[in-house]
Write a protein that binds this ligand. Sequence first.
Ligand SMILES: [Ca+2]
Ligand SMILES: [Ca+2]
Length: 139
Amino acid sequence: MPFGNANITGWETFINSEYFVGLDAVTWNEAKGNCTIKGTQLVEVESSEENTFILTMAVKMTKSVWLGGTDHQVEGKWVWQSTNSELSYSAWEKISGQPNNLNNQDCLCLDRSLGFAWSDRECWYRYQYFCERELFTDS
Ligand SMILES: [Ca+2]
Ligand SMILES: [Ca+2]
């Protein structure tokens, strides 16, 4: 069932994080700002399990989906935006050679044209996006 349906709130939970589905199509910077306003950040994928989970959300989207990775500061050095730490996990689409920096692509998305596999894209493209915030427990 596609997001946007009346019975979908926009929030999903997985392990220790809560995810927000941004249905509006915006630039990577605007997506980042929209997440910040909600007290969240663009999704940072730290495991294959998390990647599998966000793919279950992505396949319901009508556009590609921005994630929190960028190599804007140093070409070819991919970091998560909120911490500036290098990616410890990645799932780049290898068949077409992503990330290929074609026409200077510095932002990470789940590329709808590649079956929502990871690709770098021009940051000014207008895509949907996923935000994430960690849930804290006092256990
Ligand atoms: Ca790049
Ligand atoms: Ca690319």
